[in-house]
Design a protein around this ligand. Structure first.
Ligand code: FAD
Length: 379
């Protein structure tokens, strides 16, 4: 492990101190914030459910490469290594994050899944693996891939059909022989459909929300993606009318295809069909009334937030925290970072999270730590 302080144990906070800040989630968002808090000399801990820094990326599908070029993928203080116009593979991102935690000696505690967060008097408490931690501030940086969304009718598909959500898809070796239905034409659906089409007859259900113009690649990294990044960082933000108008698009309807074009899918033999509307006789029923006779279904239907473990009245009807740039006016000391469109179109991406982290680090009030009664073991 590269990280000097990354720990796989559960023995932390034994001193019974109230920490200044707990960051829940040690992905790129939690680490970027950790960088700034460390520079401020704060007493903080990053708690992460995974066994290794970078595992959120390691666990994505094998052929995944970033859309964003390396020149924009570095977090504050450490450029992404290698060719600046290349698109790093997902394991390279994971290894970069692990090296980042090590370089800045960030206090990441691994294998710690927080299952409850609540306010208690003037501070916050969290529990994880039966242990309790306390801090003046808590930042929720658990990412946007918390709870895979799969339609309820999926359970009525006949048991012989292999079903996977995109979050569990690694490669076509997980599938059985026979046709594959990929459901959902976001970027994940389009890329996974191309991946499986190399070995399986593939059908892709749904309609994309457009395509970025031009061909993705090194030339785009040089000339087009700088413009896209500028728009995502400075134009499409909560501070602009056009940015506020774009929020529902980003949250609900998916973003345009970035790398894969409809014509690439057609050239690879991927058949495009209407969306899946239900189940008939144990098979997927399409919106045009046809039944898809397939052996495998991959649900590329996105993720829902799951803040069920956060006990706080700060969520709106859609389950999103009421916040501005991660600050929750209703709950001083509680913060969010890394969520889709937290502040800008790029808030949930490597090119955007560093700026949000820098801003948040300036908003988290510095508390002097104070001793409390002994560390308690929860029942
Ligand atoms: P995550 O990476 O999901 O990290 C969250 C961390 O929180 C995890 O380590 C998890 O273990 C931990 N955690 C969660 N719940 C708890 C809990 N209760 N207690 C303790 N720990 C917890 N962005 C780009 O910039 N470029 C790209 O090309 C790009 N491609 C993408 C491709 C895919 C398929 C996906 C899904 C996303 C992509 N993104 C891309 C978007 C974004 O960069 C990633 O989703 C990134 O992983 C988000 O980082 P994060 O730190 O916010 O969340």
């Amino acid at each position: 492990m590269n990280s000097n302080r990354a720990m796989n144990s559960n023995r932390e906070n034994d001193s019974g101190e109230v920490l200044d800040t707990i960051i829940v989630g040690g992905g790129q968002a939690g680490l970027a914030l950790g960088y700034f808090l460390a520079r401020q000399g704060r007493d903080f801990a990053i708690l992460d459910a995974h066994q290794r820094v970078g595992d959120a990326w390691r666990q994505r599908w094998d052929s995944l490469r970033l859309f964003t070029p390396a020149k924009y993928d570095g977090l504050p203080g450490l450029p992404f290594p290698g060719d600046r116009l290349s698109f790093p593979a997902k394991d390279e991102v994971a290894d970069y994050l692990e090296a980042y935690a090590g370089r800045f000696n960030l206090p990441v505690h691994l294998g710690v899944r927080v299952d409850h967060l609540w306010q208690e008097n003037s501070h916050y408490a969290v529990t994880a693996n039966g242990k309790r931690w306390e801090s003046a501030n808590v930042v929720v940086a658990t990412g946007g891939c918390q709870s895979p969304k799969i339609p309820d009718f999926a359970e009525r598909l006949e048991p012989s059909i292999v079903q996977l959500h995109s979050s569990r898809y690694r490669n076509a070796g997980q599938l059985q022989p026979g046709p594959v239905l990929v459901v959902g034409v976001g970027n994940s659906g389009a890329e996974i459909a191309l991946d499986v089409s190399r070995t399986h007859s593939t059908v892709l259900a749904g309609t994309p929300s457009g395509e970025l113009p031009g061909r993705h690649g090194r030339a785009a990294a040089r000339f087009v993606l700088p413009v896209v990044r500028f728009l995502g960082l400075h134009v499409l933000t909560l501070n602009t009318p056009i940015g506020r108008k774009a929020v529902p698009q980003f949250l609900g309807h998916g973003t345009p295809l970035i790398r894969t074009k409809a014509k690439d899918l057609a050239a690879a033999g991927v058949e495009s069909v209407p969306r899946v509307a239900g189940v008939r006789d144990g098979k997927p029923l399409l919106a045009d009334g046809h039944v898809a006779d397939v052996a495998n279904v991959i649900w590329c239907t996105g993720f829902a937030d799951d803040f069920g473990w956060v006990e706080s009245p700060v969520f709106d009807d859609a389950g999103r925290p009421r916040q501005y740039r991660g600050v929750v006016p209703q709950a001083p000391g509680l913060f969010f970072l890394g969520q889709e469109f937290l502040f800008a179109a790029v808030s949930a991406t490597l090119p955007g999270v560093g700026r949000d982290a820098a801003y948040l680090a300036g908003q988290i009030p510095l508390q002097s730590t104070r001793p409390v009664a002994h560390h308690r073991q929860e029942a």
